[in-house]
Design a protein around this ligand. Structure first.
Ligand code: RB5
Length: 151
């Protein structure tokens, strides 16, 4: 399968800072350009501040792919999905990672640094980057997202 080498913006909070560094190093090794939105240490921060940085970049069309990491991945998912055009998928397993691309065309991968180990996280990233969107009936389903709130 052809690798997706599109640039990626990555952000995390303190709970997932070590995982962010591991994922970032992996992406760079794959030849993928990485924009690091922070945080850059393990001091306590508020995860929405970093979700906003990543989701805004996606929403404005500055970048096509993002990765967000926090303790569980839950807070980052909630925050990122408030932004138009952002489809953030919490994937702490390989099946969800593949399906989030095939059926949901997820443009932000979210993982929980306190939930999964580093090796699984990198497998998830690899799967997520390499799996294409199936399109077809899934595209028309996603288009319904844009109609929400218009009624
Ligand atoms: C931080 O303690 C924790 O709440 C955060 O990383 C995340 O799990 C929130 O959803």
């Amino acid at each position: 399968m052809e690798k997706n080498k599109a640039p990626v913006i990555i952000g995390c909070d303190h709970a997932a800072y070590p995982l962010k560094e591991i994922v970032k190093a992996y992406l760079i090794k794959q030849g993928i350009e990485v924009a690091d939105a922070g945080t850059d240490k393990e001091d306590s921060v508020d995860y929405p501040d970093f979700a906003i940085k990543v989701a805004e970049a996606l929403s404005k069309g500055n970048v096509e792919r993002g990765i967000l990491l926090c303790g569980t991945g839950i807070g980052m998912s909630m925050a990122a999905n408030r932004f138009p055009g952002v489809r953030a998928a919490l994937c702490n397993d390989l099946f969800s990672a593949g399906m989030s691309r095939r059926h949901n065309n997820a443009n932000v991968l979210v993982m929980g640094g306190r939930v999964i180990g580093d090796v699984l996280a990198l497998e998830i990233v690899k799967t997520w980057l390499e799996t294409p969107f199936d399109g077809g009936r899934h595209q028309s389903r996603l288009e319904k997202f844009d109609q929400m709130g218009e009624k």
